[in-house]
Design a protein around this ligand. Sequence first.
Ligand code: ZN
Length: 270
Amino acid sequence: MAQPDQLIRFMLRKTLTRGVIIQMNNIREEATRLHSLGELESELFTQVMAGSILLLSISKGGIRQVTQLDSQDKDSHVQRVASESRQGAVRGYLSKKTTQPLIQADLSALGSQVKLSTIRDTGVGQPYVSTVDCPAIHLADALLHYTRQSVQTQADFVLYKNTAIMIEAMPQCSEKQWFDSMQALASISNTSLQEKSSIDIMDAFSDLECRVLGKDDYRYQCHCKPEVMLDALEKLDKETLASLEDDEGNVTLSCQYCAKTYQLKSQNNE
Ligand SMILES: [Zn+2]
């Protein structure tokens, strides 16, 4: 099983703010290996995965969170980056349109017009699905926009290399307190984000009475099953299905999240 990364949940008692920090080292390594990603692709993909973990961690997060970016631009490098998080597990995929390497590990890889879709599954009733025009080139800004518009939460995000931080105002947090929390977050340098451990990065919050509330392990993990793959197969039309079958009527499908292959018996001829 892939190695976990640790998400730390904390609270800034002085400013009534809660937060989470995760460094995606092992998740990135596993995802890069599974999807054979180049350096910048892997960085972009890691940030989208981190984004879905952060959104799952906000107070209105729920039990499952999907974050998906789709290019609307025919000349972009990347068509889609998608990530799904559940407690302790994240999976995703990145689909490219060209074999050219990326130029930047930001949303410009998807071209000038990008749609941001999110699914927030609270575990009760239908999941909340939202799709908006992505307003920014940096994922952190796009997440900020999403939380303001769709979850109506006051939050702030930092995503740099493998490190992801989110802070969120608690209901009693005043404007001044929120400003102090954001200022402390903004004081963290990119060098710290890249080189220091989570606990050392959290030193930036020491004046705000930072307390660790808990730690959760997250892994790159896929939960695909033959039944789910068979379901997907049954949704295909007969012609597509026939084109996928081998001489014995078997279809080999590969999971887009973990590259595991499934040999399934097609129901086409029965
Ligand atoms: Zn899978």
